[in-house]
Design a protein around this ligand. Sequence first.
Ligand SMILES: *Cc1c(COP(=O)(O)O)cnc(C)c1O
Length: 372
Amino acid sequence: MTITYNKIRTRIHLDRITSNYRLLCKIGGAVIPVIKADAYGHGLVQVARVLAQAGAETFAVGTVEEGVKLRLSGCAGRIVSLLGPLDGEEYDALFDQNIIPFVGGFAQLEEIHRRSEQWGRPLPVSLKFDTGMARLGFVRDDLGVLLERLKALPGVKPVMASSHLATADDPEGGEFVREQGGIFDEALAALAEAGFKVEANLANSAGILAHKTLHHQSQRAGIALYGCNPFLGTDLAELGRGLKPAMEVRTPVVAVHPLKKGVSISYGRTFKAPTDMTVAIVAVGYADAYSRGLSNKGAMLVHGRRAPILGRVCMQLTAVDVTGLPEVKPGDLVHLLGGEGETITPEELAGWWGTITYEVFCLLGLNRREYV
Ligand SMILES: *Cc1c(COP(=O)(O)O)cnc(C)c1O
């Protein structure tokens, strides 16, 4: 899905994603790029392609459908679906397109076994354990029955075991991380004892950077791949040094005009000029997935200088303060994210927006992308 009714361009620096991947591999060894949700808005196929060139052999997508799309794009690597099969059609697609699903429920095991008889071969799966997220996965109390069912269902072939950390990016969350690691270790030990040889992975980006004792045969990296340091602004910030944000978003100025002292701007008159000002009206709004929550909060870069947002963000237009920047004219490109020299960082934009970098990327990535 792409927003095509606007002038915004989301520029993706693929070389930075490659560089982030290499950096993460140095720390985490075998790193599985997480490219779910269209690679966090950076482009599923494009990101997978450059990472395959950089040596990645396994890719983690969200839905099975996304896995199929990646396979049909020519990806020859291992594809893992983090959401796993959600309906009948998806079960067949796993066999047909050779996709390894996360499987965290007994009904899924039975269904995979049933289909494997039709396909005439077992399906490699990743056993998903819930060690503390309480979303999906087998829990500790399931272990006994799980091993019993796996032995009875040869159509299910566990090749991987996975779990997901809830607090890895919280410098205060170490205790819960270790607790999850311990429960995961129990599951791995039970699998090994029952004779199942699996590739284990637990760490996400923050886990790769901060919890080396929880590294297993592979790790799964998402946000750091796109250049965000999960520890920015904390005592652990040094751990993510060298990561480079890969997304840059630009849009043109539509008009520039004076705003006299005392005059209001935009819906609801939430901003009134305290002195004579100059404003630029920029071609972006909430219809372009640029949040209305940025009203009177955010800033853009105009000619490399910070221009604060004035008044409410509208559906397709936003006003910024360009007082003291007389050279601004319609057609000039403004940075909503990124920039040369001075930059709007993903963390800063997410802060104004009241969200996290993940959401900023997923949303701004819905706009038309260009690759450099
Ligand atoms: C999204 C996701 C990841 C990646 O997490 P980051 O914090 O972006 O590194 C890893 N594992 C699972 C299961 C996920 O859903």
